[in-house]
Design a protein around this ligand. Structure first.
Ligand SMILES: O=C(O)CCC(=O)CC(=O)O
Length: 270
């Protein structure tokens, strides 16, 4: 296992392959998940890319630190980790709040970002009321008490019915997220609006979404993609909020096809 102290926080991360010589893909996670959710995508990309995954503060094996957080805290953690690993010009793949972190990273440290893969995310996710009532519910009764509703947004009905062991395991991952980590990050999401920032993104970008995403539905991801100049948009069939779990083969193909367009862009530019 790999750990680093970034901004006074012990962050759990994983570097696969050498960041020199190969394109680097960095995966940033959604709320209530840790980096194991990328496993079935990473096994299909390793070898062709160097890969960085990490647990944001308050999640997985990383420290909780001082909660609530600001989006800037999460962004500074990712920037610090990439500086430590000497990674520049990376393809940042952010899922949900990870997509907000990716947009924030581009805004504050564009030198770190070659391209953006914005998966099941938005320029603004949810409303103050939605986040405040979710935070209160969790502070009163814990995450498990509202886990059914969360998991219905994460996974399609078919997955919930058929993948019973995996579904139970992902419920464990969600419910074992520290309350302060979950609610602290929920505050950061509540207080973030990248509507204007999205219009200023000037690296190749794609918005990707599961067709049955109940948290950041296709209409939101499409709206975000329309704000970003030149961004592509792709729907993944038969997936909820976490296509990396439900449709890893399709998602990997979409990621590879997008990355192929980056070298075509380079060839055109020369
Ligand atoms: O998943 C995220 O990072 C934020 C969106 C969300 O709250 C998903 C859910 O409904 O649990």
């Amino acid at each position: 296992m790999q750990f680093a102290n970034i901004n006074g926080i012990t962050l759990h991360y994983q570097l696969i392959g050498a960041p020199e010589g190969k394109p680097v893909i960095v995966f940033s996670n959604s709320l209530g998940t840790d980096f194991r959710i990328w496993r079935d995508v990473i096994v299909r990309l390793a070898g062709d890319f160097a890969i960085v995954t990490y647990d944001k503060r308050g999640h997985g094996l990383s420290d909780i630190g001082s909660s609530p957080y600001r989006m800037d805290d999460h962004v500074a953690d990712l920037a610090g980790l990439l500086d430590l690993l000497n990674v520049k010009d990376a393809i940042i793949c952010g899922l949900s709040v990870g997509g907000l972190i990716a947009q924030g990273l581009y805004a504050s440290r564009p030198d770190l970002v070659r391209a953006l893969i914005l998966c099941d995310t938005g320029h603004k996710i949810g409303t103050d009321d939605l986040w405040n009532s979710r935070i209160s519910a969790i502070e009163e009764n814990g995450i498990a008490a509202i886990s059914d509703a969360i998991l219905e947004r994460w996974f399609t009905q078919k997955y919930r019915d058929e993948e019973t062991e995996a579904f139970a395991g992902y419920r464990n991952m969600l419910c074992r997220t520290p309350v302060a980590g979950y609610t602290g990050t929920a505050c950061a999401i509540r207080d973030t609006d990248f509507t204007e920032g999205a219009k200023r993104i000037a690296v190749p970008s794609i918005g990707i979404v599961g067709d049955q995403d109940g948290a950041t539905p296709p209409a939101l991801v499409e709206e975000m993609a329309k704000l970003i100049p030149g961004a592509r948009y792709q729907v993944v069939p038969n997936a909820g909020h976490l296509p990396c779990i439900e449709q890893p083969v399709v998602l990997t193909d979409v990621i590879r096809a997008f990355i192929d367009t980056l070298s075509e862009d380079n060839a055109t530019a020369h």
